[in-house]
Design a binder for this molecule. Structure first.
Ligand code: ZN
Length: 282
């Protein structure tokens, strides 16, 4: 199953087009994305019965919004790709390096993001969207708590993130408005293929900057769900940014950063792509 938030209403998405879930279900499921993730198992069953003929042509990509626009929690993993740890010159972590992106930073797949300083960087990431969620989930049960996967950009202001060096502020440096673009669809586990073997790419103004695969992940997604939910209750619609492959701007020689006018295209195999436009800060 694929779903998208189109102009504030959750839709099923297929090759033939889109279907407004609240209308087609006579209100059994809500239109509001905030209410859909807790109902994921029932939604999956219902969706399988909907005929292609009920779908209408997909609207322009400009109408797609963040699939989970107001998650209660947004988790991020640092150095969770081996080659990214190597490019940073950091050790491969023995326990997950977890921090937060504050939820007000979440944006959709057509975000326009203000440049906040001279060292704003890109990080394409596979994002897990929590379905029913829960507390103290085992790795074996983890997938049943998940809705699916979307494309994310963990935009980072490296100056804010690494100031001071002795006590870095990851959460602040990654939480300016629009610094967490997501979309354009959420793809369920049964349609995404092997989530630990997906191609991931990021282009800046058409130039390929990141070209990795999720098989380079240090900690698997079920392990991360067990680890996080061992502390925090995972809520429907929560997002987990699972880390970025190598090729970020701050690790390039010479380093590269984003400026107003730049376009960042983020793609993940079997999910899709989104374009984030960087502008002067309003
Ligand atoms: Zn990241």
């Amino acid at each position: 199953m694929r779903i998208a938030n189109i102009a504030g209403r959750i839709h099923l998405v297929r090759e033939v087009g889109v279907l407004d879930i609240a209308k087609a279900s006579d209100g059994r499921f809500p239109a509001d994305p905030a209410g859909i993730y807790a109902l994921w198992p029932a939604l999956s069953e219902w969706a399988a019965d909907q005929p292609d003929q009920a779908f209408s042509p997909a609207p322009d990509v400009a109408e797609f919004e963040a699939p989970s626009p107001q998650p209660r929690q947004v988790f991020t993993l640092g150095t969770n790709y081996r080659r990214h740890a190597v490019e940073l010159g950091w050790p491969i972590p023995e326990v997950p390096m977890v921090f937060t992106k504050f939820p007000t930073s979440v944006a959709g797949p057509n975000a326009r993001v203000g440049i906040t300083g001279p060292r704003v960087d890109w990080e394409v990431e596979l994002v897990v969207v929590i379905g029913t969620g829960g507390h103290r989930l085992s790795a074996e049960d983890a997938w049943s708590a998940v809705a699916g996967f979307t494309v994310g950009q963990d935009v980072s202001d490296r100056d804010v993130q690494r100031r001071p060096e002795s006590n870095p502020q990851f959460g602040l440096g990654k939480s300016f408005p629009g610094f967490s673009p997501t979309g354009p669809v959420v793809v369920s586990l049964d349609e995404v293929g092997d989530p630990h073997d997906l191609g991931m790419r990021c282009w800046v103004n058409g130039e390929l900057m990141q070209d990795g695969r999720s098989d380079d992940l240090v900690f698997s997604i079920p392990f991360l769900i067990e680890y996080l939910s061992g502390v925090v209750t995972l809520c429907p619609g929560d997002l987990i940014f699972t880390g970025t492959p190598s090729g970020v701007g701050s690790s390039r020689r010479p380093p590269r950063f984003l400026s107003p006018g730049d376009e960042v295209r983020s793609w993940i195999e079997n999910i899709g792509e989104m374009t984030t436009r960087f502008v002067e800060r309003p």
